[in-house]
Design a protein around this ligand. Structure first.
Ligand code: ARG
Length: 541
């Protein structure tokens, strides 16, 4: 999407060719421009120009831009769809650890992951949404031991997540003074692994309560993860997997008895079984790769996980490849930076506890209610509440998705909720205003317009509308939702500048109709884009 004065498309291809041909880039650009102007496809261009130092700029004909407008009005929510696509991609995201509240650090994975699933589906992939909760490991031994010592049935029923967290923290704290407690915890986990009925029952209870709690928050977030397969699922596959790796010579037994996989080019061998015989996280990860590829006949597995997991996942991927479970290129880590609290500090309470995600979301909704109250005090309480929810959740999501996913982001309430800034409420408000114009005009479906009456400002918007499919394609193929976010901000900016200065309802008939069609198309594209990001639009605000 070049700047307007550089046309609708622009290329620097002449620079590369110039190097090969030993000519000046401008000379090559001029030659190419001539070829393009006389080619079969030239009919869509009003102008193709070569400009110093060697760029070629393409200007589409007005007729083509108007044709795209009609296409938007016809295809509506399907506009921008099916560019590439085909194949099955399993997207793992969210993946929280059970017996703990969902923290803000899981927010990014959940939001980015869902946007990627939406995007892939939009362009024609079969995307499987999957969460891989941490539901296995020694920590559950500690929790079970803690429950056996101090567990309170009434508290557990009232607020299970709180009680589990309290028990776990109390147990670990006490263990600092009395290390023998750790052994007690390990024993409880061992019993769990061996299938002890009481421990299994407790673990299942904890798991069920946790998953229910996550589900509640996903609902609040408007996120739908269709498959949940936790680490524990792979328990029975691990021993055979380790034996198989040894038999095939991919893994070796070290001097201390641990089973390791040496990874060519990596300093660190990957342990798949500890010297005491216990399996570890990696073993479950590798088993999960084999299982996911088979179960869904997937072409690709995508992991939406924090930057900090880079080394771990790299090792896991290489191990799975060495074992022949996955081919190179099938496994992809989609990384993201940290989410820091206001002021750039870790997202924690004064006592250093992580802030539950739900508290953050509720605060976003509360703050949005104030915005709505200022904007539209006459709405009913119910309506205000509904709008505040969409605005608050949308604001949090957009704030995340509009930034480069690999950078750390600093939570900033004012930016997030700024009605005039690069925010979801800004886009939602723009959309609501466009819809209000359309309501006032009482337009239904416009399909034929006289584009010749439109002026430069309108064509500026039309010129931006043609780029939506590219923004979608870019975001989907690079797993970077921020391209759509940036695209929408620019579109809204143009649309706002247009209707704030140009009469629509009071324009004469043909002009009014053409302008209304344009407004309708902009509204459709804003809605499509926001929905792909998982953000609701509002008819009124
Ligand atoms: N359960 C981990 C956490 O809460 C995230 C897991 C990411 N996914 C993976 N396959 N390693 O930090």
């Amino acid at each position: 999407m070049p700047e307007e004065r550089f046309g609708h498309y622009s290329t620097n291809a002449a620079f590369e060719l110039a190097k090969i041909e030993g000519k000046s880039p401008l000379a090559v650009a001029e030659e190419l421009a001539v070829k393009i102007r006389t080619s079969k496809e030239a009919g869509i261009f009003e102008k193709v120009e070569a400009v110093p130092p060697g760029f070629i700029n393409f200007f589409l004909k007005k007729e083509v831009l108007a044709g795209n407008l009609k296409e938007i009005l016809k295809k509506r929510e399907k506009f921008g769809q099916a560019f590439s696509g085909g194949g099955t991609i399993v997207v793992e995201y969210s993946s929280p650890n059970i017996a703990k509240p969902l923290g803000v650090h899981h927010l990014r994975s959940t939001i980015i992951g869902q946007a990627i699933v939406n995007l892939l589906r939009f362009i024609g992939y079969k995307a499987v949404s999957l969460s891989f909760p941490g539901d296995w490991g020694t920590q559950f031994g500690l929790l079970i031991a803690g429950y056996k010592r101090w567990g309170d049935l009434r508290k557990m029923r009232e607020n299970p997540i709180r009680e589990m967290l309290d028990l776990y923290v109390r147990f670990s704290e006490t263990a600092k003074e009395n290390p023998e407690l750790l052994e007690e915890g390990r024993q409880e986990f061992k019993k769990l692994e061996e299938g002890n009925r009481e421990n299994k029952k407790l673990w299942k209870w904890f798991l069920g309560e946790s998953l229910r709690d996550f589900e509640r928050i996903y609902k609040l977030l408007g996120v739908k993860i269709e498959n949940t397969i936790g680490e524990s699922f792979y328990e029975l596959e691990l021993q055979p997997l380790i034996q198989d790796a040894l038999k095939r010579g991919v893994a070796q037994k070290g001097e201390d008895g641990a089973v390791i996989i040496s990874i060519p080019g990596s300093q660190t061998p990957e342990i798949i079984q500890k010297s005491d015989g216990a399996t570890i996280y990696t073993t479950r990860e590798v088993a999960a790769i084999r299982h996911r590829l088979k179960k869904w006949r997937a072409d690709k597995l995508v992991y939406v996980a924090a930057n900090q997991q880079t080394f771990h996942l790299e090792q896991v991927f290489r191990s799975a490849e060495l074992l022949g479970y996955a081919k190179s290129g099938q496994l992809k880590h989609v990384k993201f930076g940290m989410m820091l609290g206001p002021g750039g500090k870790k997202f924690a309470t004064r006592e250093g506890r992580l802030i539950p995600l739900e508290d953050v979301l509720n605060e976003a909704i509360e703050r949005s209610l104030k915005v709505v109250e200022q904007l539209n005090p006459n709405l009913s309480v119910r309506e205000k509440g509904k709008i505040a929810r969409a605005v608050g959740i949308g604001a949090v999501k957009f704030f995340d998705l509009s930034q480069n996913r690999q950078s750390d982001i600093v939570f900033d309430w004012d930016k997030m909720l700024n009605l005039k800034g690069a925010s979801a409420p800004y886009l939602q408000y723009t959309y609501a205003r466009l819809k209000s114009i359309l309501r006032k005009a009482g337009v239904g479906r416009v399909l034929s317009i006289k584009y010749q009456v439109l002026g430069e400002k309108e064509f500026g918007i039309l010129g931006h509308l043609i780029h939506f499919p590219e923004a979608v394609e870019n975001s989907a193929s690079r797993y970077e939702p921020n391209h759509i976010a940036e695209y929408l901000l620019k579109l809204a900016e143009k649309a706002n500048a247009f209707y704030e200065t140009t009469p629509v309802l009071k324009a004469e008939k043909e002009l009014k109709e053409a302008r209304l069609a344009l407004i309708q198309a902009v509204a459709i594209v804003i809605k499509n884009g926001l929905n792909l990001l998982g953000i609701e639009v509002l008819e009124r605000m």
